[in-house]
Design a protein around this ligand. Structure first.
Ligand SMILES: [Zn+2]
Length: 103
């Protein structure tokens, strides 16, 4: 593999994305061209990509859960436990029906 600037536009064999004339690429006669930034170990590993997406999704669900819990505690401090419980229930109720709309 030789690093060079693309003389022609073409397609990256790792990510499938476009290579523009003048892009920094790696090239070899047998394998063709790929972006300099494209790491074949990472980008060709679809399972790793899927796992990464899943992890991101879990993280955001976790963050949402933490935010909910924090808001519950705040509301409990301000309105008292009974009202906070009611708000939390209302939240869940709303979310349930919002989810329902999608189906
Ligand atoms: Zn690429």
């Amino acid at each position: 593999m030789k690093s060079m600037y693309a003389k022609y536009s073409g397609k990256c064999r790792v990510c499938g994305g476009r290579i523009y004339k003048g892009d920094a690429i790696l090239w070899s006669r047998g394998e063709g061209a790929r972006h300099l930034s494209c790491d074949p170990e990472v980008d060709c590993d679809f399972e790793a990509q899927e796992a990464r997406r899943e992890r991101n999704r879990m993280d955001s669900e976790y963050a949402a859960g933490v935010a909910d819990a924090q808001r519950y505690l705040d509301e409990k401090k301000i309105y008292g436990e009974a009202l906070a419980d009611e708000f939390a229930l209302q939240d869940e109720f709303n979310r349930y029906w919002k989810l329902g709309e999608d189906y």
